[in-house]
Design a protein around this ligand. Structure first.
Ligand code: SF4
Length: 410
């Protein structure tokens, strides 16, 4: 099977829309994040929302924790480039105020707003305004009654019951524009809770590992939880909860979805070999320079940086464009075909220039603009010279194996 054709079948869910953004029922999986500014500070919040949108965020959440925040939302929502969800804890009146402000979605924490009449008042108002609500169960703020019922510990069953109880209140007022999350900072707990929830309901699910923490551990924990579920077909929208600039959350979410083939590639996918004894350049330094050079350029291409011309072009033949080092020269290849040989210190600039050309005109046009046969001969010359100098075993593995044998034979 062609690698590009491998996909994960998705669980079928209902569809809601958050503003103009569809969620569930096969819609592209969306990336969410949350602003860290005071919502009352309209300019600072909008600035962050624009930065998030530019980094791949589809839906943004802002806290609505007091009257000034609700007033801020009334000014932010009409100027935001992406739908705004109000995050509500404890005060159900803040949910009503946020709806009045015109938000495109609400997030309620069932552990914090527990009176049925309050929950139903919010759901009825949201129903009348056609505004969806996320039931955001959080392992750390589970309803104390459920905590007790399940033996004084947070279990997947308790989290799912919390969500299902909230759905039942919503049902009573005929409201079903729902998505649900059952987040926990413990990754196995979170995974199991979502698996059980996916069995229990067909509402769309919002995935996240809550309080994943600072980088790089936060990336690992969030990815471990979210990616596992996505590979099982579970999840309609995602959020990385990192202790970092929210732009990093948006970028991480976007990258995960692109790497899973669940969203179209927007930016360069930079691949690079891990380097080994054959490397003819400092692969890490060149890959970092390339990453920097491509930052901010919207080129939906896979770009390869390979440490040697012996194996590089072959191993990265599926990349749209790549460069491999050999004898102080950079061998540029497009779809595995050599197109140019440049001095080592021009490798990255050349890579960027060709990538921009391919993004605009296509790989065929790029191949047509040079004498590929000449480039192939040049690459072959360097490749042959390197093989001659290093043999097929640049890491000297076979010599080591011989030495090991000699030790045992002596
Ligand atoms: S053989 Fe070449 S391309 Fe492969 S890891 Fe080593 S340096 Fe990189």
């Amino acid at each position: 099977m062609d690698a590009g054709a491998v996909t994960f079948p998705r669980r079928s869910t209902r569809r809601i829309t958050v503003g103009q953004v569809p969620v569930g029922d096969g819609a592209p999986i969306t990336v969410q994040s949350m602003t860290t500014t005071k919502t009352a500070d309209v300019d600072a919040t909008l600035q962050q929302i624009y930065a998030l949108a530019a980094s791949g965020c589809d839906i943004v959440r802002c806290t609505c924790n007091d009257l000034a925040a609700a007033e801020g939302l009334a000014r932010i929502v009409p100027r935001s480039p992406i739908p705004v969800i109000a995050d509500i804890h404890h005060q159900y009146k803040m949910a009503l105020a946020a709806l009045e402000a015109g938000v495109q979605g609400l997030r309620l924490n069932p552990g914090n707003i527990r009176k049925p009449e309050h929950i139903k008042a919010v759901a009825a108002e949201a129903r009348d305004r056609n505004v969806p609500i996320r039931i955001g169960v959080n392992g750390g703020s589970l309803d104390p009654a459920l905590y007790e019922k399940y033996g004084g510990t947070v279990t997947p069953e308790a989290m799912v019951e919390s969500a299902m109880t909230e759905i039942a209140y919503f049902d009573e007022v005929g409201f079903d524009l729902i998505k649900i999350s059952v987040k926990a900072s413990n990754v196995p707990l979170m995974i199991e809770a979502y698996r059980q929830l996916a069995e229990a309901t067909d509402h769309p699910l919002h995935l996240g590992v809550t309080e994943a923490g600072p980088l790089p551990g936060g990336y690992i924990k969030a990815t471990a939880g979210i990616a596992t579920l996505l590979a099982e077909g579970i999840g309609d929208t995602i959020r990385y909860s990192l202790t970092a600039d929210p732009v990093e959350e948006a970028k991480a979410g976007r990258l995960l979805l692109e790497s899973y083939g669940l969203r179209e590639r927007k930016n360069v996918d930079l691949i690079a070999c891990p380097s080994c004894g054959r490397a003819e350049i400092d692969v890490i330094a060149v890959a970092e320079a390339a990453q920097l050079a491509f930052a901010g350029k919207e080129l939906p291409l896979q770009v390869a940086v390979m440490g040697c011309v012996v194996n590089g072009p072959g191993e990265a033949r599926d990349a749209d464009i790549g460069i491999a080092a050999g004898r102080h020269r950079g061998h540029l290849f497009v779809k595995g075909i050599n197109v140019a040989v440049v001095p080592e210190d021009e490798m990255v600039d050349t890579l960027v220039e060709w990538a921009e050309f391919i993004a605009e005109h296509g790989a065929e046009a790029a191949l047509a603009r040079v004498d590929t046969e000449k480039a192939r001969r040049e690459a072959e010359k360097d490749r042959a010279a390197l093989l001659e100098e290093q043999g097929d075993d640049a890491n000297a593995s076979e010599q080591r194996v011989d030495l090991i044998h000699k030790r045992f034979e002596s």
